[in-house]
Every structure is written in structure tokens, then in C-alpha cells.
Design a protein around this ligand. Structure first.
Ligand SMILES: [Zn+2]
Length: 479
């Protein structure tokens, strides 16, 4: 690739100091300070100063943020990145159709290079949308070669990732016990610091004997956390939460995904342990794990973080996650009120809060809150500038939180900085080889379609529709 430069000829090479000028800064610090006409200075990957009229080093790249919003890089705590080469293939799937396709029928077809292709595209689309940290909930790692391919892809893109190592083809108490799994961790992950973290990703589904205990013990011995789907209608529920809780495996660094179908007792157990719940509203709304749980989690004071789940169905930008979460939470508030014959006079969930979940929610869930998640002096510089001078939607900015949560979108992501390095600027990806992603994804799609055969490939995309009738209507238009 050529040396990256801005449209005005400025060098965008990694390591250069950066100063954003005159933007609206959503700090997302504990007090949620907002500063208008504010500068942010980044030197050596660290946020050095936040204020007006900052004196920057002569070498600094000046970014005009007027008319824009500067916010922390967003954090997604659950995305199945390996599935991204199949973008929108399953848009009309139910959860059981997803399980059949990936778990039972075709998931085994994925070669290491297919995991690489999905991960590469997913990693690129994350940073493109201002998601600077992603948990790769990577349950397609059938072999160590697949795992190496997953990490190879993550290391290709200059953003922050956490590999959530998983394998849907074998029970977790088996593959976590493999020496080669632990060797892989030592070889590829251990000591990689904040740019590439590690979790173990599996679900508790096997019943009262709780064989998953062994996998939790491995995680504990390795000093890594567990990321697990929970409260998924038809897959796992209160018993799984109870088993984790009673056996001491639900801790503040455990991430529980969905938690959409649980009793109040389970929510109380989660709240007592301080575990975070990763809400994937778009997913829960169409796949049916249960009603998107933010309205319930808020009642119990459970820490919330947001996620997108998988591009085989849904959009991988957290603007959509924030917007759908606000919508689902408010729908529920209205619905509960209407059941009592009442109307809602004050909305419980505010835009400000979902932005907190998309930033600090993630940094807290991943144990990275002292490093990232907010725009504060001393934190690593993961920063997003939303600015789009060509858009009729980026003015007026009257309510910055409302603007981010309800108006902004991927196309408004002007600049993305991760760990002090520019990865997107003036709406263009920098130091990222999109052409390579396109070519490996095309190869993977061709291979998958060929191995299934045309009929099965097309059938997978177009699940059968149940027959339905239009209700008889006694009225007729006869004017
Ligand atoms: Zn998931």
C-alpha cells in the first residue's frame, strides 16, 4: 500500500500526534461531561489534553472537528466474526434455522481460510463503523489451524480485539482440556496486551451434571474470563444461571449474552455477581431468544453492554444497536403501561445511557475501563469523530446524545483513531486492504456455494414460509 495521506496531503502514518479541533466532545467520563468547541490532543497513543485552544506539537496532524461530535471508540462484546463472509445470507432465518445451518449441517465446511475471510471483513467493518474494540465470539474454531487463521485476520487490522475462543463442534469440557488449545493461547495470545485479549466462549447447556464446570476451571486456571450465551429461549435458561452462580463461576468479568428469558431470581443472581450482560437487540428481536432484556436488566441494576451478534443477519454498527435498544426498551415500557390502561408520561431509558452502554459498558465488561471507554486524559486514544459535511442529517446538532443515538450512522464516521493511530480519515479507511478482504471473501463464498450445491445454497437463504390465510373481513368497499 502507498503511504497514507489525507486529501490535503497530510501524512496519516501511525505514530503521528493528532489534535482534533473545535468539536463537541462526549467524554463519557463518570460525570458524562460534554464540552463544546473543544480540542483533543493525542500523543504517543495517549489522550494528553482535552480543552480549548490546546497547544499541539508542530508535528501533530490537525483535524477540523467543527460541526462534528468526538466520542470514545465503541465497544462490541459479542460478534461472531467468522460468519461475516455470509453477510445477510440468513436475514430471514429463525434461531433454529441458524443452529441447523451452522451447528448441524454446514458449519463443518468452514476451512481455516474461511474463518480468516470472515474475520478480516468483520474486523474492517467494525473499525469503519467506529467500533474500535470487538469481542470475536469465535465458535467456529474446529482446529488450531482455524484458530490461527482467526488471529491472523485480527492482527491484520489495526484495531482492538478480544478472541473469544469457541468450538461448536465439540463440548467445551473436551476442547478446553486439549494441550494444543492451551499451547495456542501461550503462542498467539498470552502477553499481547490490550490490543488482543482472550476469553473462552461456550454455553452452559448440558444439564444438572454441569460438565461445563471443567471448562470454567480451565478459564480460572488460565486467568481468563468466560463469555457465554445465557437466557436464550429453547437453549438455556435459569438452570444454567443457577449452576454458574452456585459453583462460583459467575464473576464480575463474566460476560453473559442476551439474558432475554430468565426469572427474576436469575437476574438477582447476576446482579449479585456483578457480571455484565451483552444485549444484542437486533438479534433478540428477530431470532427470538426472548424480549431484548435491557428493560429487565435496568430493574436489577445489572451492568449492560451492547453487541451486534452476527452479520449473517444484522448490521455490525453500534448506531443500530443503540437505536434498536432504545426502541425495544421504550416499546416494552409503553406495552407494560398499556396493559394497565395507562400511558407513559416519562421515558425511562435515555439516549445518553445507550451511548454509555456502547462505550463504558464494554470497557467495564472487558476489564479495560482504566485504559479505554472514555475521552479522558491518560486513557489510550480510541476516538471516533462523527462529521459529515455532505449530509443533511448532521445539522443542527442540538442534543448530542440524541444525535448519536437516533440520527447518526456509519456514513457519518469521519475519523477513527485506535490506540493513537488513524485507521479511518475523511471517510476513507487508512492502512487497511479492503481489496484483499473482498478477494478472500469471494473465494470463501464460491467455495461454500460449491460445496453445498446450488439447490442447498439457495434453499438455505430462502427458508420455507408457513402457509397463512388473510382473516375473513365482513366489510367491503362498495362506494
Ligand atoms: Zn451469539
Amino acid at each position: 500500500m502507498n503511504k497514507p495521506i489525507s486529501t490535503s496531503g497530510e501524512s496519516l502514518e501511525h505514530g503521528r500526534p493528532i489534535v482534533f479541533r473545535n468539536g463537541i466532545v462526549l467524554t463519557m467520563d463518570d460525570a458524562h461531561h460534554i464540552f463544546k468547541d473543544c480540542d483533543v490532543l493525542v500523543v504517543d497513543g495517549v489522550i494528553r489534553e482535552v480543552g480549548t485552544g490546546i497547544k499541539a506539537p508542530d508535528t501533530a496532524l490537525e483535524i477540523d472537528a467543527r460541526g462534528g461530535i468526538i466520542m470514545p471508540g465503541m465497544i462490541d462484546t459479542h460478534r461472531h466474526m467468522w460468519q461475516t463472509a455470509m453477510r445477510a445470507y440468513g436475514a430471514d432465518w429463525t434461531l433454529s434455522q441458524y443452529f441447523v445451518w451452522y451447528y448441524l449441517e454446514h458449519g463443518r465446511n468452514f476451512r481455516p481460510q474461511d474463518v480468516f475471510a470472515g474475520n478480516l471483513l468483520s474486523a474492517i467493518e467494525a473499525v469503519d463503523a467506529g467500533v474500535t474494540t470487538s469481542v470475536d465470539w469465535s465458535h467456529g474454531l474446529q482446529t488450531i489451524d482455524h484458530a490461527d487463521a482467526a488471529v491472523d485476520a485480527l492482527e491484520t487490522v489495526p484495531a482492538r480485539f478480544v478472541l473469544g475462543y469457541g468450538n461448536i463442534q465439540r463440548p467445551p469440557w473436551e476442547w478446553t482440556a486439549d494441550k494444543e488449545f492451551q499451547d495456542f493461547y501461550s503462542r498467539r495470545l498470552d502477553g499481547k496486551g490490550d490490543m488482543l485479549g482472550f476469553q473462552i466462549a461456550f454455553d452452559v447447556v448440558a444439564g444438572e451434571e454441569f460438565p461445563e464446570r471443567a471448562a470454567f476451571e480451565v478459564a480460572r486456571d488460565m486467568g481468563v474470563s468466560v463469555n457465554t450465551h445465557a437466557g436464550v429461549l429453547g437453549a438455556n435458561g435459569d438452570d444454567s444461571i443457577r449452576l454458574m452462580h452456585e459453583n462460583g463461576f459467575m464473576t464480575p468479568d463474566t460476560v453473559l449474552v442476551h439474558c432475554a428469558t430468565l426469572s427474576d431470581d436469575s437476574y438477582q443472581r447476576i446482579a449479585a455477581c456483578g457480571s455484565s450482560v451483552s444485549v444484542s437487540t437486533e438479534s433478540e428481536q428477530s431470532a427470538g431468544q426472548g424480549y431484548p432484556s435491557s428493560w429487565k436488566l435496568r430493574q436489577f441494576g445489572i451492568p449492560i453492554t451492547l453487541s451486534h451478534d452476527t452479520s449473517v443477519w444484522w448490521s455490525a454498527d453500534l448506531f443500530t444497536a443503540m437505536r434498536t435498544t432504545l426502541g425495544a426498551d421504550r416499546s416494552r415500557q409503553h406495552f407494560e403501561a398499556h396493559l394497565k390502561g395507562e400511558t407513559v408520561t416519562q421515558l425511562d431509558l435515555r439516549s445518553e445511557e445507550v451511548i454509555d452502554w456502547a462505550t463504558r459498558g464494554g470497557s467495564k465488561a472487558l476489564g479495560l475501563d482504566s485504559k479505554i471507554g472514555s475521552i479522558e486524559v491518560g486513557k489510550r486514544a480510541d476516538i471516533v469523530l462523527l462529521k459529515n459535511d455532505e449530509s443533511p442529517v448532521m445539522f443542527p446538532i442540538l442534543n448530542p446524545y440524541g444525535h448519536v443515538a437516533m440520527q447518526a450512522q456509519r456514513a457519518d464516521v469521519h475519523t477513527v483513531v485506535v490506540d493513537g493511530n488513524i485507521v479511518k480519515h475523511e471517510h476513507r479507511l487508512i492502512n487497511i486492504d479492503l481489496a484483499k478482504a473482498k478477494s478472500v471473501v469471494e473465494e470463501t463464498v464460491g467455495y461454500l456455494a460449491d460445496s453445498l450445491g446450488e439447490e442447498a445454497w439457495n434453499a438455505g437463504m430462502h427458508p420455507d414460509l408457513a402457509p397463512k390465510e388473510i382473516i375473513d373481513n365482513p366489510y367491503h368497499y362498495n362506494k
